[in-house]
Design a protein around this ligand. Sequence first.
Ligand code: FAD
Length: 432
Amino acid sequence: MKIAILGAGFSGLTAGYELAKAGYQVEIFEKAAQVAGAAGGFKRPGWDWYLDYTYHHCFTNEHEILDLAKEIGFANFLKMRPETASLYLNKQQPDNNDNPLFQYLFGQHTKSYKLDSAHDLLRFERLPLLDRLRTGLVLALLKFGPKLNYYDKTLAKDFLTTTMGRKANQELWEPLFLKKFQHYYHQINLGFFWARLRRTPDLSYPPGGYQALANQLALKTKKLGAKIYLKTEIKNIKLDKKQFILTGPSQQFRANKLINTLQTPLFLKIGGMILPTSYRRRLQKIEYLGAHNIIFASRQKVLPKTYWLSLATPASRQNPGSNYMVAVQQTNFVPAKHYHHQHLLYLATYTNKPKLFTLKDKKLAEEYRIIQQAYLKYGQPLYTPEFVKNKPDYLTPVPNLYFANMELTYPYDRGTNQAVRCGQQVAQKMIK
Ligand SMILES: Cc1cc2nc3c(=O)[nH]c(=O)nc-3n(C[C@H](O)[C@H](O)[C@H](O)COP(=O)(O)OP(=O)(O)OC[C@H]3O[C@@H](n4cnc5c(N)ncnc54)[C@H](O)[C@@H]3O)c2cc1C
């Protein structure tokens, strides 16, 4: 029996690894020239680690990816609690970060507030004390309570405003939701918010980068007998006498079973016609935002201590950085020695209308070189109550067609650990 897998991101690679381990004949088809998908990375001369095209880390309670890494001989993840903070406008008491790129991106009137513990929340002066206490209590109840079905149907903004207060929602959550989900922010449900609270402030990072981890997983999978076809975009899928026929760039492949790890809108373009009409219509309702990431390399750090800086500053023409969601100083987590002693900063946001970022100031552009700009069209599913009704499951109405893409990880936000779990679960279902 031949099993075909669409996509060699962490989900497809893990499914392939598990199935090959169980003795199945597996073929993985990948459009790109390398494995790793959305977690892929690149190296530049003098670097001994890959850098992810889009910032990545995992949380220390994400056991599936950590255990799998250990199993394939890839232990020794970096572990750290790097500083995370949120940046706000504050004309009265600005921080005075005089880094020239920081000033260009965010202006002079900003202050960053460390916000990664209960203690930080209690000291968050932008909220009256009573609101801080109320917010802390609600967060604790959500964090230590189970996931309820009610969360799927409830809008996060309504719940947070009612329970924590209008001011707490406006100051703490709305700016982050707005940047992550753009004009869809008011449709995001509480299930997504609940799952975010399970994250730990301690972070992990694979030695060599996510690309190195994916390369090792691909190597082990191939050693078990699986085939991985790179630069092989599947352009069409048909069903013929219970076999799937996949049309690649120059040849056709046949398989008895098919696992799709592509985001649903991508699958619908090539294989939508094999689905029953009602199911296809349901899947067509799934919506995504794209992810835009810019990487600056420089001799100086832009953020002195903070690794993750959420940008709660309002969008502005004058300060172009404020239109983005987050600034991540990679080298406040992974040592700069792995990147030839260059400091690396991501500036990123989610959007369906990416604009090429340019630094108009020539001197600044020489000092802070933009070394990568990447746009991933299907970067973030929109977790709305509609999404919960329409999202696919591992099993589909088409016999022997399975889904294992990033939509299945709900209520947890998509991530490499969730992709690994998804790959493992689809393999288990198939083996059963
Ligand atoms: C901005 C951003 C930040 C993130 N940060 C983190 C983070 O900090 N930590 C974390 O754990 N996760 C993070 N993630 C999420 C993580 O990258 C993804 O959830 C995970 O990599 C998804 O893996 P996947 O295998 O499900 O899908 P993908 O990685 O998308 O794999 C699908 C594969 O299918 C291939 N493909 C597409 N079309 C075809 C075709 N027609 N034929 C053949 N192949 C095709 C693609 O090239 C791709 O390789 C982030 C994602 C984004 C966008």
